[in-house]
Design a protein around this ligand. Structure first.
Ligand code: FMN
Length: 165
């Protein structure tokens, strides 16, 4: 597996921690904090993993908002992209992982091949912009309410390992 990197932003460190776990599971791939580097290096990779948390009732994490203009000008043609989203299904059940959905729809507009969908089975929430036909458009991570999140990260990384060949 080659030419793969993670791009994420994180307010309290949760998304950063998950980025680290995913990197470890994929044999130590490069991680970029969007707050530090923006989207500058995204074009250099064929295989991309994006990490985002949802804040303030459905908004994108603030550093993602800051790079959104830059991000929305990138053409993802011939690139495979997987997304992981951080959120809290109990406290924000009407906006669970909305930010992951916003990223997904932009990627589709920008010609990306989005991979790594996961089933919503086992999660309890009312509404989410990150769901299409009983699947999340990426990996749904709820550190605050899900005791099995580390296992889910491991499993997802294995799927990506195959898909990103
Ligand atoms: C004020 C506040 C608003 C939040 N709003 C949402 C939300 O609308 N939807 C959601 O799924 N999670 C929401 N969350 C949960 C965060 O996404 C979650 O804590 C996440 O792990 C934070 O990741 P980060 O520290 O990497 O930014 C919110 C958390 C806080 C404290």
């Amino acid at each position: 597996m080659r030419n793969i990197a993670i791009f994420y932003a994180s307010s309290t460190g949760n998304t950063k921690e998950v980025a680290k776990q995913i990197s470890k599971s994929l044999d130590g791939i490069k991680e970029y904090d969007l707050k530090v580097t923006g989207c500058e290096y995204m074009q250099d990779y064929e295989n991309i993993i994006l990490g985002i948390s949802t804040w303030e009732a459905g908004k994108m994490q603030e550093d993602w908002e800051k790079v959104w203009e830059e991000f929305s000008h990138i053409d993802f043609k011939n690139k495979k992209v997987a997304i992981f989203g951080l959120g809290n299904q109990k406290k924000y059940k009407n906006n669970f992982l909305d930010a992951m959905g916003k990223i997904y729809f932009q990627l589709v507009k920008a010609n990306a091949q989005v991979i790594g969908f996961t089933p919503t089975r086992g999660y309890e929430f009312e509404k989410s912009e990150a769901v299409i036909e009983n699947c999340f458009v990426g990996l749904a991570v709820d550190i605050e309410n899900d005791d099995n999140y580390l296992e889910k990260i491991e499993d997802w990384a294995k799927v990506l390992k195959n898909e990103f060949k």
